[in-house]
Design a protein around this ligand. Structure first.
Ligand SMILES: [Zn+2]
Ligand SMILES: [Zn+2]
Length: 219
């Protein structure tokens, strides 16, 4: 379904629902549907990421590719949506988090023991990383959206990540620790004038606030 068809469909619905919905509600729904259509389009584009097409470039290039993808925002997820996705990915029923360390069983299942890190190709990969981050609407299980990384390369992509963060805590606690670290990284970046544009700074700070509120709501 392309954008035009979607808009036409929405117009029809608008007429149909006009009798029992306020103009504000209609407008809100209309915007939500347009956003969803745009997100779906962007997602299709992101599925063009092919991990195997970066075999002949240097480590730094591969790292830069992942850093760029980490800034792509498809759709901001609420806490519940995010947690559902994470659970779907990890097939975990408990509230324990994080589980981004690959355990031996999963590795064996994937028949990828030992598997070198996608970026440095030297250390063993023990983390799964989502190319388009889950919190930015990345797909959970699409092969094109998951790469296996070593701890060191993974922590370069997420500035907040410290190696000792890999402990089972609740997801809300994990999010708050992550946000705290990300806040200091962002404030430092702002103080040094390292943001390319004010919009980029705005986007990253609002993303951070969204995560904080999402986590606090569940604490
Ligand atoms: Zn690595
Ligand atoms: Zn990651």
């Amino acid at each position: 379904v392309n954008l035009e068809e979607r808009q036409a469909e929405m117009k029809n619905r608008k007429t149909f629902r006009a009798s029992h919905m306020s103009p504000a509600t209609l407008k809100y729904r209309e915007r939500r549907m347009l956003d969803a259509a745009k997100a779906a389009k962007k997602r299709r584009d992101s599925e063009s990421f092919d991990p195997s097409s970066y075999d002949d470039v240097g480590d730094d290039v591969r790292l830069k590719v992942l850093e760029d993808w980490a800034n792509v925002l498809l759709e901001p997820l609420t806490y519940d949506e995010l947690q559902t996705r994470r659970r779907a990915f990890d097939s975990v029923k408990t509230r324990k988090f994080p589980l981004y360390v690959l355990d031996k069983t999963i590795l064996t299942k994937m028949r990828q023991v030992p598997y070198p890190c996608w970026v440095c190709r030297s250390r063993d990969a023990v983390h799964r990383h989502h190319v388009v981050l889950l919190k930015n609407g990345g797909t959970v299980a699409a092969k094109s959206n998951v790469v296996l990384l070593c701890e060191l390369c993974h922590s370069k992509i997420h500035p907040w990540m410290e190696l000792n963060l890999v402990k089972p805590v609740t997801y809300a606690e994990f999010e708050l620790v992550r946000c705290q670290r990300e806040a200091s990284v962002l404030l430092d970046k702002a103080a040094r004038g390292r943001f390319a544009t004010p919009e980029q700074a705005d986007a990253q700070f609002s993303d951070l606030l969204r995560s904080v509120f999402n986590a606090l709501a569940k604490k």
